[in-house]
Design a protein around this ligand. Sequence first.
Ligand code: COA
Ligand code: MG
Length: 301
Amino acid sequence: MGLGLQEEEEFDQMKLRSLLFVPADSEKKFAKAQESRADGLILDLEDAVAPDRKAIARDMLGNIIAARPDRNWSLWVRVNALDTGLTLSDLSAIVKPGLDGIMVPKSNGAADIQRIGHYLDALEVRAGMARGTVKIIVVATETPVAMFNLGSYSPPHERLAGLTWGAEDLGAVIGSVTNKQSDGEWTQTYRIVRSMCLFAAAAADVARIDTLYADFRDEAGLASSCEASRQDGFTGRIAIHPDQVDTINRCFSPSDADLTQARRIIAAFESQPGIGTIGIDGKMYDIPHLKLAHRIVSAAG
Ligand code: COA
Ligand code: MG
């Protein structure tokens, strides 16, 4: 009320700070992944599973996904891309109570998400789930045409929970010999891709999830990379190894000082209803600061 902010609902979004990939054909890794403190696990049916293991992995997943109201992590499945012809079989096996969402790889734009949304509408009815239960995270930059359709994700599809990006698959299509400079930074091409994903996710007002950090033994490198990514505006990151999860959680959580200041800003606005600009400690704060403060408090849980 008052300032007309519609933030409350948005802040209820599932926590998507750390999302740990687990190959869907490995029960051992699934067990191990549950011991991590990842906000979400993404069971992968796509590139982490060899072609002749896909059907087995899909069957295994069907058994793994079971309603577990006590768990404090969300369960996601990365399905195979639409052009493989496998997507519908994947969805048919996994849409059941207990599934929080799917990750869609190699999306070419919002039209792909519309189509998958229709599949989900039908499969949720079959599974006795409320319509719209299954959310979608999109890997939004894996084809060249996808780069030109990033604006199509806003206004967001009702199921859209986040956007992330990938450098490997795009590189394979456009013929990049490398995506990293000698100093380990992304090349210009992939910095553009990364920023475009950030803009698209911000435009749609969904989680902005940075891509994986491949060198899973380099904790210091991961930490500084995550710090840079949080400063840019990313809200979370993909993990590929359980050892990466705590670093990611730490980097994408506000510090105590951030939190204290955010609470002060919110309290100051609440104490002066209807006022759009206030001063605290000689500094001006207006609506964008209030929004950011709400974001920070909400991210802290
Ligand atoms: N989820 C759960 N457990 C994992 C894991 C993951 N993503 N990655 C590693 N582990 C487990 C290993 O099985 C091993 O378990 P153990 O001690 O019981 O034997 C332990 O963690 C230590 O693993 P480590 O030896 O450090 O790595 P590895 O060589 O076994 O595995 C990878 C390296 C890259 C194969 C593995 O991290 C992995 O499968 N990552 C996910 C890949 C994926 O899904 N990619 C798709 C998105 S790009
Ligand atoms: Mg890939």
